[in-house]
Design a protein around this ligand. Structure first.
Ligand code: ATP
Ligand code: MG
Length: 407
């Protein structure tokens, strides 16, 4: 029988305790379990030093020995085990100059960002909550551990994390924490783009990402947040509708909405997405949806709509259509039309045609050129729209005729 991640985490806690080292679940997993949510992963904090952790378990990865982190692999699960530590220095507002292993759990909890992330729980379920994170969970509040400005000056990313957690959990940011963000926003220029992107990606996965965009806008952070601080638009006005939009669900669409909010011209979408250091596929998918959203005609014929679906793929066109409706107030009837056209398509891909490029080239004595692709695309469109049958003989004859019209 395989164990759940939670059971494995408990087993790691037991092993550490039995060897004489206090050990606790900590951070997101404790928070999420208290909120009756399934934790993404389990983190453990312990008095044991990394070498000891590596000795006690058979399969480990030295993930970040200098920072005290060892990943324990057990039963198909990966549990991060980190030695109690404090952090000092932060002269660059993002990384501690020094990490010191300590023997005291409270000192380790004190370095954590928010009270709700600074609760520890041992293998018997006993909780240690010196910063009253459970009270903040109950009143649904994001509050820094310690003085907010000082904590943001240590690591400016925490300001974005505050907004991300508030968005994900539908919490409010406590007043002092919020005003410290408004005052310290300019420190954000020190933060690495990858870290900002990771927080935004987590925000896109929440129920109402627009709440996060609203908070970033209201707190004036676009001017400071890399890489957006170098972009043309500064997101001064978040359109009111965006906060309640419910037709936008995919992360690609949220990136596209962000581009729109920051007034990125369509021809710069690619470049801007690359600056966010997302992978190549994300760059392409977002840029395509963004470009589609701004190029849809308000009134579109069935044939043209079906051609778009065949050329760009169903999900890109449907998502681009939803974006066009919200961003350009195009009639919402456009979306069901596309859904119907999608359902009506007889074929959706060249590979489904009864002939291929090789067949055409073997009967048409022409050097390869654009004519070949154009002919196949036109045949695909006609078959997809049920204008001609998907039959080999028919397609070859029609192909010969069509090829003559292309260079
Ligand atoms: P998620 O569910 O998104 O993984 P999480 O709370 O587990 O949320 P992580 O980024 O995985 O967040 O970090 C794990 C824990 O490490 C946090 O709960 C917090 O205690 C601490 N932590 C992470 N980043 C910071 C930071 N920048 N400053 C202070 N503490 C941090
Ligand atoms: Mg986590």
């Amino acid at each position: 029988m395989t164990c759940s991640a939670y059971e494995v985490a408990l087993c790691v806690l037991h092993t550490l305790e039995k060897a004489g080292y206090p050990a606790y679940l900590v951070g997101g997993c404790v928070r999420d379990r208290l909120l009756q949510k399934e934790p993404v992963d389990y983190d453990i904090t312990t008095r044991a030093h990394p070498e000891k952790v590596m000795e006690l378990f058979t399969h480990t990865i030295p993930t970040g020995l200098a920072h005290g982190t060892v990943t324990v692999l057990m039963d198909g699960h990966a549990i991060e085990v980190t030695t109690f530590r404090t952090e000092e220095g932060y002269s660059d507002h993002r990384r501690p100059d020094r990490v010191t292993f300590v023997t005291d759990l409270t000192a380790d909890l004190a370095r954590r960002d928010f009270t709700i992330n600074a609760i520890a729980e041992d293998c018997r379920g006993e909780r240690f909550d010196p910063f009253e994170g459970q009270a903040d969970l109950a009143s649904r509040v994001i509050r820094t551990v310690g003085e907010a400005s000082a904590r943001f000056q240590e690591d400016a990313l925490r300001m974005v994390r505050a907004i991300r957690f508030a968005t994900q959990l539908d919490f409010v940011i406590e007043t002092k924490t919020r005003s410290a963000i408004a005052h310290n926003g300019s420190l954000l220029h020190t933060v690495a783009v990858e870290r900002v992107t990771r927080e935004l990606e987590k925000m896109w996965g929440s129920a109402q990402p627009a709440h996060g965009l609203k908070a970033i806008t209201e707190l004036g952070l676009w001017n400071h947040l890399p890489p957006m601080n170098s972009w043309e638009g500064k997101g001064k006005d978040l359109p009111v509708w965006m906060v309640s939009v419910n037709s936008i669900t995919s992360p690609y669409q949220w990136w596209a909405l962000l581009l729109s909010l920051l007034q990125v011209p369509v021809e710069h979408a690619d470049k801007r997405m690359r600056q966010l250091r997302v992978n190549h596929k994300v760059v392409q998918e977002v840029a395509l949806r963004y470009q589609l959203a701004y190029s849809f005609p308000a009134a579109i014929t069935e044939r043209r709509g079906k051609k778009l679906l065949l050329t760009h793929g169903v999900s890109a066109v449907l998502e681009g259509c939803e974006l066009a409706i919200v961003l350009r107030q195009l009639p919402s009837s456009l979306y069901p039309s596309f859904q119907r056209w999608k359902d009506e398509l007889v074929v959706t891909h060249l590979s489904q045609l009864e002939i291929n490029g090789g067949c055409l080239r073997s009967i048409i004595p022409r050097p390869p050129g654009p004519w070949l692709g154009n002919t196949l695309d036109e045949l695909l469109l006609r078959v997809a729209c049920a204008e001609i049958p998907n039959e080999r003989e028919y397609l070859l004859k029609e192909g010969i005729r069509l090829a003559k019209t292309y260079s």
